[in-house]
Design a protein around this ligand. Structure first.
Ligand code: SF4
Length: 103
């Protein structure tokens, strides 16, 4: 991402990230990611983090039905009547690792 933006890694970290609880996170602006633009969308789309590429199939939706509901209700790509158990079944059948990653 630093290279994409023409910055050194140090400058990128200083300008766009913050450390919380021992983790490096993107800064937020008005409650959303610093790279989100209301008209342009993600301003680092070609190099956005893996976690962003996973959306809306974030691993937490397989671990917690409440997370599933939050994400399902905010993503029009999910069928309105999709149940949590059905989603897990679809993942297993598609040979994904349903709970294998812990981020
Ligand atoms: S896709 Fe990721 S990097 Fe891009 S605006 Fe959203 S949270 Fe930020």
């Amino acid at each position: 991402m630093a290279h994409y933006l023409g910055l050194t890694e140090a400058d990128f970290l200083k300008r766009f990230t913050v450390e919380r609880g021992g983790r490096i996170e993107m800064k937020t602006v008005n409650g959303h990611c610093i790279f989100y633009h209301s008209e342009e969308g993600c301003r680092v789309h070609p190099v956005k983090p893996d976690r962003c590429r996973e959306w809306p199939l974030h691993p937490s939706i397989l671990k917690d039905p409440e997370n599933f509901e939050i994400i399902r209700s905010s993503c029009p790509g999910f069928a309105e009547n999709l149940e949590w158990e059905e989603l897990k079944k679809i993942f297993i059948e598609a040979n994904h690792e349903p709970l294998g990653r812990d981020h």
